[in-house]
Design a protein around this ligand. Structure first.
Ligand code: ASP
Ligand code: MG
Length: 469
């Protein structure tokens, strides 16, 4: 099979974990598969680069120097643990030194001007991957494989210049990626490609948005027409519920893209939604594999999955720590533009709206948003809307959770919602707001945070999701 394997920050957190990645790649290569490896930056490095870029923008030169020294040391230490062969190690060390020198010059340049643009930020925050990929390449060579490390741009990924969240131009990308990858794969070389970063057509550096390495894997997989994309995780694939809450939760072996996207939206942070979206578009099977158990098949995400008898619900998921904002006013009736206005204000504030519900009398609109954005969102809404005659009050309630019941089989199956709410009633759990996507792939509702665990356990039992499939 032709497989694109993506390793996230936690799987390349230090020298030892990079060595285990080497073992996994070696094993599947030896089994005869053609492999492309996509890697993230080492754990938390991108976050620290974001911080350093910001401080450089404020002219903090001394901080920049200290920061690059730390990053340099962390990567050199990891390379020393991960790579045994002296010659390979020497070459890798040289690469790390020269990349760190580049990074220092760029950051000092930004500090000198005292201004961080979106464009220069994208250049800086891609250094995590520029540093991790050569180490992983060295590890693969150490395992006796032939390897080469490439940036996303070198691998052929071409994007628009929407810095901070660039979109791939799939036609050129497909051509270019194949031109680069096909000859390498034919020779049995395992390319290690930096996730997250790419170039525009004229060579300017871009990033695909935070968490974008999964997206890189999908883009490359689509371009080379891979048989599957494997995203390696330190969790056991996609579960029927959080196993810390429902102790008999089990791994889902097959799930559709649309169901997986619902799960991703409702807190099951297994893969980047854009990665799923593009894999779905190119009909690219996407597998979540567990680093702890490489023999296990993991969860396969495919276009369509037959709904087994009784299997209307696939998983119960939750987002803790949400705030509920209610915009109310007597004269909101028949003012559809107000809902649009509310969403526009929150978009401008960069607030992620997790759930919306509007009562049919249209006297209020209720929105669930992450706790950390709560008061900022409330302020912005009050500031803009309270002067208008339509809105009387913008209130906020904290300490809530969203619980979502997800499954493609709910579509056209009457009674699922009734069952969900009967289960909640039996447990005496009060529901604050409800929403069902018109896709009928999920029913989600809001309850007090302290009731969430009990609600999830009860639903997991009631829909018989636990135990053996
Ligand atoms: N290193 C990038 C980030 O932290 C991309 C990724 O890990 O997927 O956002
Ligand atoms: Mg990630």
């Amino acid at each position: 099979m032709k497989i694109v394997m993506k390793f996230g920050g936690a799987s390349v957190a230090d020298g030892e974990s990079m060595r285990s990645v080497g073992g996994i790649v070696d094993r599947f290569k030896t089994e005869g598969h053609e492999l492309v490896v996509v890697t993230s930056a080492m754990y938390n490095v991108t976050n620290s680069l974001v911080g350093a870029a910001t401080r450089a923008g404020k002219g903090q030169r001394e901080h920049v120097k200290r920061f690059v020294e730390e990053i340099r040391k962390r990567h050199l230490d990891s390379a020393q643990v991960a790579i045994k062969n002296e010659e390979v190690l020497d070459r890798t060390i040289q690469t790390i030194e020269s990349k760190c020198e580049d990074l220092k010059n760029i950051l000092l340049g930004i500090a000198h001007i005292g201004e961080l643009t979106l464009r220069s930020k994208d250049l800086v925050i891609g250094y995590g991957e520029r540093l991790s990929a050569p180490i992983l390449k060295g590890v693969l060579e150490d395992f006796g494989l032939q390897s080469i490390s490439l940036t996303g741009g070198e691998a052929g990924i071409v994007t628009d210049d929407h810095f901070g969240g660039a979109e791939p131009l799939m036609n050129v990308t497909t051509l270019e990626v194949r031109q680069v990858m096909d000859p390498l794969l034919e020779k049995g070389i395992v390319p290690v490609v930096t996730g997250f970063i790419a170039n525009t057509q004229d060579g300017t550096h871009t990033t695909l948005g935070r968490g974008g390495s999964d997206f890189t894997a999908s883009i490359i997989g689509a371009a080379i027409r891979a048989d599957e994309v494997w995203v390696w995780k330190d969790v056991d694939g996609l579960m029927t519920a959080n196993p810390k809450i429902a102790t008999d939760a089990r791994m889902i072996d097959r799930i559709s893209f649309s169901e997986a996207m619902e799960l991703a939206h409702f807190g099951a942070q297994v893969t980047h939604p854009k990665a799923l979206e593009s894999a779905a578009r190119f009909q690219l099977p996407f597998r979540v594999k567990s680093l702890n158990d490489p023999d296990d098949e993991g969860t396969l995400i495919v276009k369509e999955v037959k709904v087994k008898d009784g299997g209307v619900v696939k998983a119960i998921t939750n987002i803790d720590d949400v705030d509920l904002i209610t915009v109310s006013g007597a004269s909101m009736f028949g003012t559809p533009r107000l809902a649009a206005r509310v969403l526009e204000i929150l978009t401008d504030e960069d607030v992620d709206v997790l759930l919306i519900s509007q009562s049919s009398s249209e006297e209020n609109i209720t929105l669930a948003i992450p706790k950390d954005d709560g008061s900022r969102a409330q302020n912005a809404l009050e500031l803009t809307l309270l002067g208008s005659r339509q809105v009387r009050e913008v209130s906020i309630e904290a300490g809530l959770s969203i619980v979502a019941v997800v499954g493609a089989g709910m579509k056209g199956t009457p009674g699922v919602a009734a069952r969900v709410f009967a289960t909640m009633a039996a447990k005496n759990i009060n529901i604050r707001a409800i929403a069902q996507g018109s896709s009928e792939l999920n029913i989600s509702f809001i309850i007090k945070k302290q009731d969430a665990a009990e609600a999830i356990k009860a639903l997991h039992d009631d829909f018989k999701l636990g135990g053996c499939p």
